[in-house]
Design a protein around this ligand. Structure first.
Ligand SMILES: [Zn+2]
Length: 212
């Protein structure tokens, strides 16, 4: 059996096929101490009041929303103009619906944007994926796959553009040599300020958006 504690502190028990569910209460009781410790860690890492935010601001696209939370059988997010209504049965469901909504928005926004910059610079890549990551803004693999962090939605648009240029330049230079940086500079003079924004940027991202 496997125990998981969500950022909201709820517990999930994963049962292997051959294990009877009647063993769950004892299993949970035996791990009570671990559960409580992990719940405390989660609460410190993800303050509960920040997990279901009241408002949302994408600096990248200059979009703002007010959020409302309502009871609903099926977890989903409904968007009308500048308001989002999150329907769910409980807080955990609301958190999941919000995560999925963010993933979808990141896909719809960042991937076409990366394609535009790629066309403009005539630097091509094979595939792009958007991921939830805590420590990296992006990466480019030797087979031409560019990964981008969905949290870029919370960064200023010029900084997002820089990150795209950074990764696209890696399709020609798979390193951070002086030649690579000169290549970046040729596409974006003054790129260093965006490196600085990104290096501090994780702190500007709402906690709930860093859950992976
Ligand atoms: Zn790099």
């Amino acid at each position: 059996m496997q125990l998981k504690v969500s950022p909201l502190g709820t517990i999930e028990v994963v049962l292997p096929k051959n294990i009877n569910a009647k063993h769950v209460p004892l299993f949970v009781a035996e791990h009570q101490h671990w559960i409580e410790q992990t719940q405390k860690q989660m609460a410190a890492l993800y303050p509960p009041e920040e997990l279901l935010p009241g408002s949302l601001n994408f600096a990248a696209t200059n979009q703002q929303w007010q959020l409302k939370y309502c009871e609903g059988k099926r977890a989903r997010v409904a968007e009308i103009n500048n308001s989002l209504t999150v329907y769910s049965q409980d807080d955990n469901g609301a958190q999941k619906a919000l995560q999925q909504w963010l993933n979808r928005r990141a896909d719809e926004t960042l991937i076409p944007w990366l394609h535009n910059v790629s066309n403009e610079l005539k630097l091509t890549f094979k595939r792009a994926i958007v991921r939830a990551q805590k420590t990296r803004w992006g990466s480019c693999s030797s087979n031409g796959t560019i990964s981008i962090n969905r949290a870029l939605l919370f960064m200023p648009p010029e900084t997002v553009r820089y990150l795209f240029i950074h990764e696209l330049c890696h399709t020609k230079e798979m390193n951070h040599s002086p030649r690579y940086w000169a290549f970046v500079e040729s596409h974006m003079p003054g790129y260093q300020q965006h490196e600085q924004i990104l290096s501090k940027g994780i702190r500007l991202i709402p906690r709930w958006a860093l859950i992976t």
